[in-house]
Design a protein around this ligand. Structure first.
Ligand SMILES: [Zn+2]
Ligand SMILES: [Zn+2]
Length: 338
């Protein structure tokens, strides 16, 4: 087997199985990190950094528990609250109403090649392209982004902003993206938990990193060799028996904390910007500038996701049952064409 064919096989394998593997490993990694961090903090780090009676030490212990609990609660809601679109008669009636109100947003579809010829400068955000394969034939049909369009996998019409997730194997209302750490799509009903989860992840990691580094420097570093800071090398050293398990866990935790603070920081910023502009991540990337949010105030724009309530309460209690998003996932009164 040549190098090139091995490489091609590896790429095909990654494309086919990569999402499934990530979906399996990511939540295990997240849970191992948060449990490992708490075990290290409460059994080793706090005892080393603070004296038993110190008020600062007690506060640090409380904050570590509290922020971890908030993260896990929001993660559980993020994993379990779905935004699946159901093909009911009532929803189909909504489609017909939508077509009457916005005849320009037809769900008939036009041949994609023809559309490209007529309008070569067409932005990708204005249209959704549905691809169908029959034998060796490929048929591409374009539908207005803000209209209803068929899902070829589920064999029904789905509302604007609803996208099919090949990993969740369902159509998801106001789909933002698939979150591997929650094995779930972030969409209409659970976006709020995703935002709050990222908020607490940023808080907890920012709080933990200086303490973990300080503890490592003062307590573990004197017994370490510099090369142990390079994780792959620490793994090799642990396997051959020259590094203790505790050093490996600590180095792994430091790498994970840096990864999580960067990832959660990116997503928190991305989500807050999207909500403030009334867009999903997909729409922000493939921006259709002809549609803008009609929500005048920032409060209204955040109510589309968090409901009409005191926003800060969401940070502490996931009370979605008492404060539903003002968006319904099918009709988009808050988005209007210029
Ligand atoms: Zn679908
Ligand atoms: Zn998904």
């Amino acid at each position: 087997m040549t190098m090139r064919s091995m490489q091609a096989k590896f790429i095909v394998f990654c494309n086919k199985n990569g999402p499934k593997i990530l979906n399996l490993i990511s939540p295990i990694w997240f849970l191992a990190c948060i449990l490992g961090l708490n075990w290290m903090a409460h059994d080793h780090i706090f005892d080393f950094l603070y004296t038993t009676e110190s008020k600062v030490g007690q506060m640090a212990r409380f904050l570590a528990w509290f922020m971890s609990a908030e993260m896990i609660i929001n993660w559980i809601f993020l994993c379990t609250v779905r935004s699946t679109y159901r093909n009911t008669d009532e929803n189909n009636k909504k489609r017909l109403e939508h077509e009457k109100t916005y005849p320009q947003l037809t769900s008939e579809g036009v041949a994609y090649e023809q559309l490209r010829e007529q309008r070569p400068t067409l932005g990708t955000g204005n249209w959704s392209v549905v691809t169908q394969y029959t034998g060796s034939d490929v048929k591409r049909t374009a539908y207005p982004y803000w209209g209803w369009k068929p899902c070829v996998v589920c064999s029904f019409y789905r509302p604007p902003r609803c996208h099919h997730c090949p990993i969740c194997e369902e159509c998801v209302l106001k789909r933002d993206h698939h979150c591997f750490f929650a094995r779930q799509c972030v969409g209409l009903n659970n976006q709020r938990f995703f935002v709050v989860f990222n908020f607490w992840a940023v808080m907890l990691t920012t709080f933990s990193i200086p303490q973990v580094l300080c503890y490592t420097k003062l307590s573990v570093w004197p017994n370490m060799v510099a090369s142990e800071l390079f994780l792959p090398w620490t793994i090799v050293r642990y396997v051959v028996g020259t590094s203790p398990a505790y050093t490996l866990l600590l180095v792994f935790q430091i790498y994970s904390l840096v990864f999580f603070v960067l990832t959660a920081g990116y997503f928190l910023h991305n989500q807050l910007t999207c909500i403030d502009q009334g867009l999903t991540s997909y729409e922000k990337e493939n921006r259709d500038t002809s549609f803008t949010t009609t929500c005048k105030s920032r409060y209204e724009r955040f109510a589309c996701v968090f409901g009409r309530s005191q926003l800060w309460v969401n940070l502490f209690i996931p009370y979605h049952w008492a404060s539903e998003p003002t968006d319904d996932g099918m009709t988009w009164q808050s988005m209007k064409k210029d």
